[in-house]
Design a binder for this molecule. Structure first.
Ligand SMILES: Nc1ncnc2c1ncn2[C@@H]1O[C@H](COP(=O)(O)OP(=O)(O)OP(=O)(O)O)[C@@H](O)[C@H]1O
Ligand SMILES: CC(=O)N[C@H]1[C@@H]2OC[C@@H](O2)[C@@H](O)[C@@H]1O[C@H](C)C(=O)O
Length: 401
């Protein structure tokens, strides 16, 4: 037997494994690195996050990725070069974290790497009759494995697509295994660049479970701030939005998009919700003259409205749903206040902290769970074609040498 296969086999047999989850989201703020002790598998999974950090990206990374990010047309040579370059960078970032945490790389069973999404196009979004769904993540796992010396499982989304899914949201698998409750109906709400939710009705009935993107999270607000406010990446504490007034015609135009009319589950991305989307809505409503504060106030309310509509749909399906939020949006006080006001039928708004997972680390932890399932899961517990949940094991294995 190849020694790497033997090592993986031994890892799979252990009662618990050390797995580093890596997530690089659509906000391009940094690489989330979560060192997890994962015990068991399937519905008996237990997670302890031993260390978590976000390694900030420098301007060079952001500039390079933005040249190809969510762009229908771009330099294919640059995409080809970025794939190994991002992988190597992520590998180096893991090495830095391990050194800082004083952890021997040999003690890590595997790295679980999401990579950097650069384009996402479900069938509902592209106009090619001869294609189904597509998504592309760069940051080659072979580079991470060779750079760190640690076996790396990556490229999770392609199997989902191969099995008929849209390649996202994958959160549903980990959310179901880790957060479902027999006594409480839960909605796991993540507000990163794009907002998504997982609906977990109480009683553990897997047939009612689904996960869906629901609209922009921070993506348009971030893009607007970056375009108009020098050296700012986002609207810290919603200070800009709080100083403005919502423009109703612009808000209505922003809310008028085919994506919002599709039933859940569905996926989207910054390919749709971007500055061009805002510009088109401003032109339509003749609101190009608005102050930056008024635009940000309107964008904040647009984001809250789209999220609230989806949460209210969940509240109609199950009474007394409790929302457990995660992602950078939880740090936006205006967004959170609007959500609470717009969702009177949601029993309570909490953070995943209340369930033992740091809300900023949640997505990186989810990929650690997916890698754990790839390695030690005995079978796929969740499968529901009608809800876009492919009953497959995801992830590709890269060895260090
Ligand atoms: N103090 C704060 N005030 C307002 N907004 C904040 C604050 N802190 C973080 N955010 C928002 O959270 C964003 C980062 O969120 P997060 O790291 O969850 O995104 P991501 O993982 O890249 O996204 P995705 O889940 O779509 O892949 C920031 O760009 C910003 O918009
Ligand atoms: C293609 C892609 O990277 N999609 C991300 C993005 O960020 C949030 C939302 O859009 C979600 O669909 C997905 O990530 C999470 C981790 C998921 O798959 O569950």
């Amino acid at each position: 037997m190849h020694p790497h296969i033997k090592a993986l086999y031994n890892s799979a047999l252990k009662p618990s494994r050390l797995i580093i989850g890596l997530m690089s989201g659509t906000s391009l703020d940094g690489l989330d690195v979560a060192l997890c002790k994962v015990t068991g598998a399937g519905l008996n999974t237990h997670i302890e996050v031993l260390n978590f950090t976000t390694v900030d990206y420098n301007d060079d990374y952001k500039t390079k990725i933005k040249q190809v990010f969510a762009k229908r047309e771009c330099d294919l040579e640059l995409v080809t070069l970025l794939h190994p370059w991002v992988g190597k960078l992520h590998g180096n970032m893991v090495n830095q974290c391990l050194a800082k945490w004083n952890i021997n790389p040999a003690s890590i069973d595997v790295i679980a790497s999401h990579g950097q999404s650069i384009y996402h196009c479900p069938q509902s979004q592209h106009n090619h009759k001869s294609f189904t769904n597509g998504t592309l993540q760069i940051g080659d796992s072979d580079q991470i494995a060779v750079t760190t010396g640690i076996t790396t499982i990556g490229d999770f989304r392609q199997k989902h697509i191969a099995a008929g899914g849209e390649g996202a949201p994958l959160a549903v698998y980990g959310d179901y295994l880790y957060f479902s409750s027999a006594v409480e109906s839960r909605v796991l709400l993540n507000m990163g660049g794009i907002a998504n939710l997982t609906f977990l009705p109480k009683n553990g009935d897997a047939n009612g479970v689904f996960s869906s993107d629901i609209g922009p999270g921070n993506t348009i607000m971030d893009a607007y701030v970056q375009q108009h406010f020098k050296d700012m990446h986002y609207d810290d504490g919603a200070k800009i939005a709080k100083a403005g007034k919502v423009n109703t015609p612009l808000l209505n135009a922003l809310c008028n998009n085919a994506f919002f009319k599709l039933p859940m589950p569905k996926t989207t991305g910054p390919e749709v919700f971007n500055l061009a989307y805002l510009n088109a809505a401003q032109q339509l409503t003749n609101t190009q003259h608005l102050s930056h504060e008024d635009v940000m106030a309107t964008l904040n309310t647009f984001t809250a409205t789209a999220i609230a509509n989806a949460l209210n749909e969940c509240a109609e399906r199950e009474q007394n749903c409790v929302v457990y939020a995660s992602g950078g949006g939880i740090h936006n006080p205006l967004l959170m206040a609007q959500l609470t006001a717009l969702c009177p039928r949601i029993k309570a708004f909490k953070n995943t902290d209340d369930l033992g997972i740091n809300p900023d680390a949640k997505e990186a932890v989810l990929f650690a769970i997916l890698a754990n399932e790839c390695l030690a899961g005995e079978q796929q517990h969740l499968s529901n074609t009608a809800q876009g949940i492919a009953g497959v094991t995801m992830g590709k294995v890269s060895f260090a040498d």
